[in-house]
Write a protein that binds this ligand. Structure first.
Ligand code: ZN
Length: 542
């Protein structure tokens, strides 16, 4: 098996996963095929959905079709030519407590049926279990993982090393670290059923980020049991490369219609908001009148179409470098998703290290949630660690952001700067002009056309968190530099006194003079004149 990464954005990647049965592109959705209950046939998946990979359950096959499957091989048995992944029965173990197979038997069986991606018989941690039990699941799974090399006889199958620990993040970290040391080709994280059923996506963010931070980055990560398209963007952004979806069929069985932002009941619908082949042909009323089996099949087909479509949208967003925007849009489909996105903030520094920060297009900033995006984090770190002001500059002049970018090309900044130059002449060198602006904070004029400081669009009025963030950036900048004086041109309508308070406090701490221009309109001619007077006085005073 091989895995090559072609594109990245945030912690997401587009990759090429090749098994002995062919290649497929990640992020990859593997529809779940239950051999007992085939809602959509594997050959239909291949022919009509261009589906290159699916997942089925080795345990169910072993119990019900052992001989046929071993004799024919899994591909012939399911009538599918693409890559097949098998789960080991661990889920059944979780639900029915106790499985009639052993770790060795399930390894041998997966080799016998010639699967492409095989899973060891792990012990899922589950949800709401005592920590002691969770520790046991981690330990036992690692033990079984280590035993794999003695049990397997073939080397052409890819093996999945599942990560356990559930909601105990220290255990997830330990499990991921230990599993990562073993020669697995793929890792998997189980999303406990309550995470999906009760929409505990913030917990899932913690689990995924913890697993990712402790696993080898070059191996794909599969997320078990997370098949609803409305959370794909979040999971992919956190580094999930593969999903399995039983949801398309399970929801269809309950007359539920998936969309990229949620779930609707067929009985409540008047229109289909989708133009897949199913929705193009029919309408909710007609579909409601169909016999159960037929209705279920059509709903399952739509559910799959919308899932694949969302993955294509995500891939396009990765290529364009707009995954953050896409994730934010999807997060507004449900409050629990937005809550989860807010949890991503906790991992913003790690995400920044993984993500490209220079992109094809400018970035959109909708609200303070965007302060966690890699470009903002990257700039904050660079300014703090790598930047020093021009050597001759002793006075810092802070100007408010303008509608025009780069700021130094705006009419407002040019007017002020012309006046200053006229008055100061050769002393201009002593003055360092910076702009305070959302979302980035302090932007030295000589940097203001560097990507993405000018290549962004921002929604105003700014929210309180964003204003406070910029105020804190201003204070940190003053704290970390050596100016002997700070002059602030205020724009109280936008910044509501927060920049003033932060700069004043920072200057007081450093014991340097601070002057703020209090006029109502920062760009009025009279303001510019008072400002130049203040500057002239400051620069000429010893
Ligand atoms: Zn549809």
């Amino acid at each position: 098996m091989s895995f090559e990464i072609a594109n990245r954005d945030l912690m997401a990647r587009i990759g090429r996963l090749e098994t002995k049965s062919g290649a497929a592109e990640t992020p990859l959705l593997l529809p779940v095929i239950n051999p007992n209950l085939q809602t959509i046939l594997p050959e239909t998946l291949e022919a009509r959905f261009d589906c290159r990979a699916l997942i089925t359950n080795a345990y169910i096959i072993q119990r019900n079709f052992k001989e046929t499957a071993s004799e024919q091989g899994l591909h012939k048995f399911l009538n599918f030519n693409g890559s097949i992944m098998t789960d080991s029965g661990a889920y059944q173990l979780l639900i029915y407590k106790g499985v009639e197979t052993s770790p060795k038997e399930i390894v041998e069986f997966q080799e016998a049926i010639d699967t492409d991606i095989a899973t060891i018989l792990d012990i899922p941690t589950g949800w709401g279990v005592p920590k002691k039990y969770a520790q046991y699941t981690v330990k036992e799974t690692i033990k079984r993982a280590k035993a794999l090399k003695k049990m397997k006889t073939r080397s052409d199958l890819a093996w999945v090393g599942p990560v356990q620990g559930g909601q105990y993040l220290d255990l997830v970290a330990k499990s991921a670290k230990e599993m990562g040391k073993l020669p697995f080709q793929i890792h998997a994280l189980g999303s406990p059923t309550p995470v999906m059923e009760q929409y505990k996506f913030d917990t899932l963010v913690d689990m995924m980020a913890t697993a990712k931070m402790n696993l080898p980055p070059d191996r794909p990560l599969h997320l078990f049991g997370a098949g609803h398209p409305f959370m794909f963007a979040l999971a992919v952004s956190l580094g999930c490369d593969m999903f399995d979806s039983a949801a398309y069929a399970l929801f269809a069985r309950q007359d539920r219609y998936l969309t990229e932002s949620g779930t609707t009941r067929l009985e409540e619908m008047q229109y289909f908001p989708c133009s897949c082949p199913v929705c193009n042909r029919t309408d909710p009323e007609t579909m409601r009148d169909l016999p159960k089996e037929e209705r279920m099949k059509l709903l399952a087909e739509h559910n799959l179409h919308v899932s694949f479509c969302e993955l294509r949208t995500i891939k396009e967003a990765i290529v364009e470098g707009r995954l953050w925007e896409h994730m934010e849009q999807r997060a507004h489909g449900h409050p629990s998703l937005l809550q989860a996105l807010k949890r991503v903030t906790k991992y913003s520094e790690y995400m920044e290290k993984q993500s490209p920060v220079t992109k094809r297009s400018g970035i959109f900033f909708f609200s303070s949630v965007g302060l966690a995006r890699p470009e903002v984090v990257h700039y904050r770190k660079r300014l703090l660690d790598r930047y020093s002001p021009p050597p001759k500059a002793t006075t810092l002049l802070l100007l408010p952001q303008t509608g025009t970018k780069p700021f130094h090309t705006s009419k407002e900044h040019r007017t002020v700067m012309n006046l200053i130059r006229q008055k100061l002449g050769n002393d201009t060198d002593m003055l360092h002009v910076c702009t305070y602006a959302a979302p980035f904070g302090i932007i030295p004029t000589e940097l203001d056309d560097v990507y993405p400081l000018s290549q962004n669009e921002i929604a105003s009025p700014l929210d309180t968190e964003t204003i406070i963030y910029v105020a804190n950036q201003a204070a940190d900048y003053i704290k970390n530099t050596d100016y002997s004086r700070v002059i602030l041109l205020r724009d109280p309508k936008v910044w509501r006194g927060k920049i003033l308070a932060a700069c004043r406090r920072a200057c007081k701490k450093k014991q340097i003079p601070f002057t703020a221009l209090h006029e109502r309109d920062p760009w009025a001619k009279s303001t510019a004149e008072s400002l130049t007077d203040v500057i002239q006085e400051a620069v000429r005073s010893p």
